[in-house]
Design a binder for this molecule. Structure first.
Ligand code: COS
Length: 369
C-alpha cells in the first residue's frame, strides 16, 4: 500500500512539471506540502512527535518510487527524514523534539544538515566552522557548502568545532533557526542534476546559539554526523535505486515500441543483453537497500550494509541511465524522454552523503576489522 501510494503520487503529482522544474531550477514547494500530507516527511518518526511510525523498509519503497520520476524532490524527502528527523529523534532532548522535531516530522518545517565546507567534504574531520563556548551560548562563525534545502529549510543542524585542541572530539552539533542574527544564506548552486533541489552555501558571523540547542553531550558532534550519515546513506542508496529503475522502465517500454531493421529493437540481442544486465543489477541493488534497512529496523549494526548499498546502487544508477539513453538513441538525448535528466541526476548519488571512495573506506575498514 505504501509503495502504491508513492507510485501514484509520483505519477500524478511529480511527473507533471518535472522537466520544467529541472530546467528552471524550481524547488518543488507544492509537491513537498502534499508529501507532508501523506506523512512522507517524517516517515520513521514516532507518531507522538507527528511522525508516521513506519520502518526503514517502507522508507526505501517510497524513496525508490519518488526517485523513479523526480530525484530533485526525493532528495528533499531523504534529507528531512533520514538526516534531520532521525538525528533529532535519536539524539535530541525532549525539549528539542517538542520544538523542532514535531514541525519537521509533520512537514510544516523543512530541515537541512550542514557538515560539508569549502575545504572539508570527504575529509570531514577538518572542519573550520567554530562554535566558541561563551557560557550560556555558542558563538558560531564559518561557512558551510553544498547544503541541500539551503534556502527552503527553517531548521539547520550545523556541525562546528568548539575545542580546537581536541580535533573531531571537540566538535558539536547545533540546531540553528532561519533568521538568527548573523546567519545568511549564500548563493544557489547551478547544478548538473537534481536541479529542482535547492543547494546553497551558508554563512555564520557571530551567530549566538543557545546551549540548549546542542545535540548530545559536549564533543558529540562528529559522532553525531557519522552515525546520522549511516542512515542517510540508505536514503541515497534507495534514491539511486529509483533513478536506475525509472530509467530501466522507460528503456524497456521504448525498446518494445521502437522498430529498427524490420523489428522491435527489443528483438535485437544487443538490446536484450543490456536489459538483462540492467535488470539483474537493479535487483541486486534493491536487495542491498532492503538489507541495510532491515538491519537498521532490527537494531543491528548497519554501517557496512548502508555503505555497500550506496556504493553499489549509485554505480548501477550511473550505468543504467547511460544505457537507457543509449537504448533511446537520439530521443534519449532530448528532455521529453526523461532519461537524459535521470542520467544527470544519477551522478550526484556517487558524490553526496559520502563519495564512492568514502564508502569504500567505510566498507574496507569493516571487513578488515
Ligand atoms: N559512527 C560513529 N563514530 C564514527 C563513525 C561512525 N560510523 N565513523 C567514524 N567515527 C568516529 C571514529 O570512531 C573516530 O572517533 P574517535 O577518534 O573518538 O574514536 C572519529 O569518528 C574519526 O574517525 P576516523 O579516525 O576513522 O576518521 P577518518 O578521517 O580517518 O575517516 C571518514 C572518517 C572518512 C569515515 C569520515 O570522515 C567520513 O565519513 N567522511 C565522509 C563524510 C561525508 O559523508 N561527507 C558528505 C557530507 S554530507 S552530504
Amino acid at each position: 500500500m505504501i509503495r502504491q501510494a508513492a507510485r501514484e503520487f509520483a505519477q500524478n503529482e511529480l511527473k507533471p512539471g518535472v522537466i520544467e522544474r529541472d530546467e528552471y531550477q524550481k524547488f518543488p514547494t507544492e509537491q513537498v506540502k502534499k508529501l507532508a500530507e501523506l506523512g512522507f516527511m517524517g516517515m520513521m518518526v514516532d507518531p507522538k512527535y507527528n511522525g508516521s511510525g513506519l520502518d526503514s523498509i517502507s522508507y526505501v519503497l517510497v524513496m525508490e518510487e519518488l526517485s523513479k520520476i523526480d530525484a530533485s524532490t526525493s532528495v528533499v524527502v531523504s534529507v528531512n527524514n533520514s538526516l534531520v528527523c532521525y538525528g533529532l529523534e535519536k539524539y535530541g532532548t525532549e525539549a528539542q523534539k517538542e520544538k523542532y522535531l514535531k514541525p519537521l516530522a509533520s512537514g510544516e518545517k523543512l530541515g537541512a544538515f550542514c557538515l560539508s565546507e569549502p575545504e572539508a567534504g570527504s575529509d570531514a574531520t577538518s572542519q573550520s566552522t567554530t562554535a566558541k563556548d561563551m557560557g550560556d551560548h555558542y558563538l558560531l562563525n564559518g561557512v558551510k557548502n553544498w547544503i541541500t534545502n539551503g534556502n527552503s529549510a527553517s531548521v539547520y543542524l550545523v556541525i562546528a568545532r568548539t575545542d580546537l585542541e581536541r580535533g573531531h572530539r571537540g566538535t558539536n552539533a547545533l540546531i540553528l533557526e532561519r533568521g538568527m542574527e548573523g546567519f545568511t544564506i549564500g548563493n544557489k548552486e547551478n547544478k548538473l542534476g537534481i536541479r529542482g533541489s535547492d543547494t546553497h552555501s551558508l554563512m555564520f558571523t557571530d551567530v549566538k546559539v543557545p546551549k540548549e540547542n546542542r545535540i548530545g553531550e559536549e564533543g558529540f558532534g562528529f559522532s553525531f554526523a557519522m552515525k546520522t550519515l549511516e542512515g542517510g546513506r540508505i536514503g541515497i542508496a534507495a534514491q539511486a535505486l529509483g533513478i536506475a529503475s525509472g530509467a530501466y522502465e522507460l528503456a524497456l517500454q521504448y525498446s518494445k515500441e521502437r522498430k529498427a531493421f524490420g523489428k522491435q529493437i527489443a528483438d535485437h540481442q544487443a538490446i536484450q543483453f543490456k536489459l538483462a544486465d540492467i535488470a539483474t543489477e537493479i535487483e541486486a541493488a534493491r536487495l542491498l537497500c532492503f538489507k541495510a534497512a532491515w538491519l537498521k529496523d532490527q537494531g543491528l549494526p548497519y554501517a557496512k550494509a548502508s555503505s555497500m548499498a550506496k556504493l553499489y546502487a549509485s554505480q548501477v544508477a550511473m550505468k543504467t541511465t547511460v544505457e537507457a539513453v543509449q537504448i533511446h538513441g537520439g530521443y534519449g538525448y532530448v528532455k521529453e524522454y526523461h532519461v537524459e535528466r535521470l542520467m544527470r541526476d544519477a551522478k550526484i548519488t556517487q558524490i553526496y552523503e559520502g563519495t564512492s571512495e568514502i564508502q569504500k573506506i567505510v566498507i574496507s575498514r569493516q571487513v578488515l576489522k
